[in-house]
Structure formats: C-alpha cells, structure tokens
Design a protein around this ligand. Sequence first.
Ligand code: ADE
Length: 256
Amino acid sequence: MRYSVLTLFPNQVKNFLSESILGRAMEKGVLSVECIDIRDFAGNRYGKVDDTLFGGGTGMLMQCEPVYQAFSSLYNRDSEKKPHCIFMSPKGQVLTQSKARELASFDHLVFLCGHYEGIDQRVLDEIVDEEISIGDYVLTGGEVAACVVIDCISRMIPGVLPNSEAYEEESHMQGYLEAPQYTKPNIWHDQEVPEVMLSGNHAKIKEWKRLHGLYDTWKKRPDMLVKLDVSAEDWKKLLEIDKETQERNSIHKNEN
Ligand code: ADE
C-alpha cells in the first residue's frame, strides 16, 4: 500500500507514522508513506497558500492551485490513473471498520488535510473522491484524522500484523465487541481467570468468547446489538451471564 499525505504539517504525520507497528511495516516495505508539503507548491516566495474568504467570514481559506499542484505531483496525468483521493473533513462519512476494510483494497491512497477555515471548494470538486470524518467533532486540521484512518487501514494489510487472527477476532470486525482477555497470573486480587480459559478445550473457549463478546456489546454498545440477529437461545445465555456478572460484581464491591 502506498499512502500520500498532502499537508501543511508533514512532520506531524511523519512522526506519528514512523513509530511502532506502522514504522516497522514501512521498514519491511509493506507500506510506504510520503508526506507532501503543500507549501512547496505555493508559487510565491513566501510559501503563502491561503487567502481571505469571498463573501466575508473570519479566517483564511487554502487556495486551489497549491493543492492542485501538490496532488498533480503524485502521478503522471498522461500515463497513470488518478489515485483515490480522500479529503479529511468533519463533513465526511464517519469512519467505520467496514469503510477501512474497503479502503485497504486500494494500492494507492491520497489523504488531503485541510487547515484554517478549510479549502476552496473548486479544487475539492476536481480532485476529491470521498470525504471522511473520524467523528462528530472538529479538529484543528485533518492530519490527526488522516493518521487515524491510515492506522486503521494498515492493520488489515497482510504483513503489517504478525497474523490475520490478530485483528479478525477484534472488536468491530464481526459486528460485535471482543470478549474480555486474561493473562498470567491465574489469580489476581482474589479474582480468578474464567475456568474455561484454562481448559484447553478450543470449541468451548470459542463459544465463551462469542457469548461474552455479545454480552459486552449488549452492555456497552446496545446500538450495535440491535443490528445483530441474536437468537432466543443466545438471549437465554446472555441473561445467565448477566446474573453471574452481577453476583460476582456485588461480591467484589462488598469485599473492597
Ligand atoms: N478535520 C477537522 N475535524 C475533522 C474530523 N472530525 N474528521 C476528519 N477530519 C477533520
């Protein structure tokens, strides 16, 4: 996967993406990230890429030509296909796991990051294929949002994580949240790891994880559960888990 990020703050993006798992994936050559400084395409000595708004309004707007030239520098218009361009914006479609999965199938993605009041609409109309938001709130610029989207997509690209199971069982991948997880020691502060986890019975462990994943979804994200077709049989088991959980929690509250 090749990512190109068009930004006024290339170091912000570079610093974030060069660390940890993504940094290692870049070293291995599984991913490549280039950060293009839009200011390099300013067309004036001062690196000025913004101007005041027509029709009034406070702040400055990024101008068309520097953004257009920065985007055009990424490919040869005569011989190459236009790369898929994503504008990071609070007005965009909110990122979901399935959107990230869809984007992971591209070979080259371009992320356009706005600053100040935004970018002149005319260049957006010409180069942008879709707008993506990372949530219903406004950030100071699109850079952090682009990093979030790149991080989310990259974990699904073969060779980035050690094995595909590492993400396939995770929250949101199957439409419900991941079950709680445990590691050594077996007993901590009088709390035992669920017996089934130590049983070595893979079928039972799988079913435990499925049911407890559903249970956490019911309790933490009921909005996700309504989209799942939970059977009457599963509901019976979820109610049993609920009773056990409440009993366990009340014992703990009394002890502590
Ligand atoms: N730029 C500013 N706010 C944003 C958001 N919520 N998502 C994506 N890009 C943004």
